[in-house]
Each structure stands twice: as structure tokens, then as C-alpha cells.
Write a new protein. Structure first.
Length: 265
């Protein structure tokens, strides 16, 4: 069974985040696993394991990508302590024991495959399900957007974790429409960001646009095609079912030490 590890930012306790039947590929899910503020793991059939460290905002996209093809998995989360030290010993004491080339969170263990780096994990899962693009144009668009969306995500992360959050927030909001316009232009009249077929970058875009929509609820109003994309993606059968399940929580999206997005709605 696969395992995905990442920081627990949502204070959850329990076994698999997969909302469906309680047995995955014939293996009962583990129960009573600790959820912490900065990482954990997902497991799915075939002995896979994933985990990660930072930023914790990347976990939801990986989870969505596992949910879409109904991949059975479990969460293994690592907790950090409270302020002011935010003790990370739960992860630090474990990280060298997992056989990872570059110990970090998230990580993904899939039989003999042991991966870190969020985009590598996403691509590994996406390749299994032909979600990396097929034509040369689709692949190019995926490659560009994969990196562009990371820059976009990190721009919000830097604001949310800064001690100068209140000073930086107005500047971020001032620049946000221009950034969203670029994504709107890139999408154009396409159904999905790479073209007519869903790819893993759509999962990334849905997640980061949703985070910005929480940060500024009206930010997507000028961009009809982005709003249509969000509605279309959220209506995908497996995605919609997951987001209606108790396992899905919009907030928090950031770790305990963040100045915004670190509390439940």
C-alpha cells in the first residue's frame, strides 16, 4: 500500500484520507496515526508511500491526484510543536530511516520507488494515469505551467509566512489581478490548461486558485474562464465526492507559524 507523508496542518487524527470503503486493495487502513502541522504520508495499493516537508500547501494537490483515479491510500502525518520553537523532532527522528535519497517532506514510497520533491511525486502518479499530456503541444504547456504555478504558489506562501504579513498583503492583492490575467490568457477557450484532456497541472491550478480565492474571495470575478475551469474541475465525479467527504477540509492551508491560513474556517 502506498504512503504519502507531509506536515499535518489540519490537526487531524486517523487513518486513510481516502473517503471510500475501509479496505484498500485488500489491506485494512491503519488507524490512530498522528497528524501534525508539517507533514504526513499517503498510502495506496502496491506498497507505495509518500511524505513531505514544505510547503504544506502542496499536499492537497497530491491528494486530489490520488483521489481522481480512486487510488487507495493512507495518510501518515508528522506533527510540529507549538510556538515559539515549533519542535519538528517527530519528523527529524524519522527522516533518515525511510531510505530516501533526499529526505524531505513530502515523500512517496511506491514499492522500490522512494521519491521526494512534490512535482516528482505528482509526475510519478500522473504518468500512471496518462495525465502528463500526450501531444508535443500538451507536454510543452504542462511543463511551462508546472513551473509557473509553483512561482505563483510561493508568492502567496512568502506573504503568509512573513512577520510583515499586514504590510505585504496590500501589495500582493494589487499584483494578483495581473497574475490571474496571465493564467486566464494561457487557458483561453480551452477546456483544460493543456488542451482538451485533463492533466496533472489542472490539479495544481485548481488548488492554487482555490487558495487565492480563500485569500481574496472576489479575485476570480473578472475572469470568467477561470471561474468556469474551477466549476468544471470541481464537478469531476471523484473530485466532487472527495470534496463532500469528511476527509476534505479547505482550511487551514498553512502551518502553525504562518500569519494567515493557519486556522480552521
Amino acid at each position: 500500500m502506498a504512503v504519502l507523508g507531509y506536515w499535518d496542518i489540519r490537526g487531524r487524527v486517523g487513518g486513510s484520507s481516502f473517503w471510500g470503503p475501509p479496505v484498500f486493495c485488500g489491506v485494512p487502513p491503519r488507524r490512530g496515526l498522528p497528524w501534525g502541522c508539517w507533514g504526513g504520508w499517503f498510502a495506496h495499493g502496491g506498497g507505495d508511500f509518500v511524505g513531505y516537508n514544505a510547503p504544506p500547501q502542496l499536499a492537497p494537490a497530491i491528494r486530489l491526484l490520488l483521489e481522481y483515479p480512486a487510488t487507495p491510500y493512507e495518510d501518515q502525518l508528522y506533527s510540529c510543536g507549538e510556538a515559539p520553537n515549533y519542535d519538528k523532532s517527530q519528523w527529524i527522528n524519522e527522516k533518515e530511516k525511510l531510505g530516501l535519497d533526499f529526505p524531505n517532506l513530502p515523500y512517496f514510497i511506491d514499492g522500490p520507488v522512494r521519491l521526494t520533491q512534490s512535482n516528482a511525486i505528482l509526475r510519478h502518479i500522473a504518468r500512471r494515469h496518462r495525465l502528463c499530456g500526450e501531444s508535443e503541444e500538451e507536454i510543452r504547456r504542462v511543463d511551462v505551467l508546472e513551473n509557473q504555478v509553483m512561482d505563483f504558489r510561493m508568492s502567496l506562501v512568502m506573504v503568509c509566512y512573513s512577520p510583515d504579513f499586514e504590510k505585504l498583503k496590500p501589495g500582493y492583492l494589487e499584483q494578483l489581478p495581473g497574475k490571474l490575467k496571465l493564467f486566464s490568457n494561457f487557458l483561453g477557450d480551452r477546456k483544460w490548461f493543456a488542451g482538451d484532456k485533463l492533466t496533472f497541472v489542472d490539479f495544481l491550478m485548481f488548488d492554487v486558485l482555490d487558495q487565492n480565492r480563500i485569500f481574496e474571495p472576489k479575485c476570480l470575478e473578472p475572469f470568467q474562464n477561470l471561474r468556469d475551469f474551477m466549476e468544471r474541475f470541481g464537478a469531476l465525479e471523484k473530485v466532487a465526492a472527495y470534496m463532500k467527504s469528511p476527509q476534505f477540509q479547505k482550511m487551514p492551508i498553512n502551518n502553525k507559524m504562518a500569519k494567515w491560513g493557519n486556522k480552521k474556517l
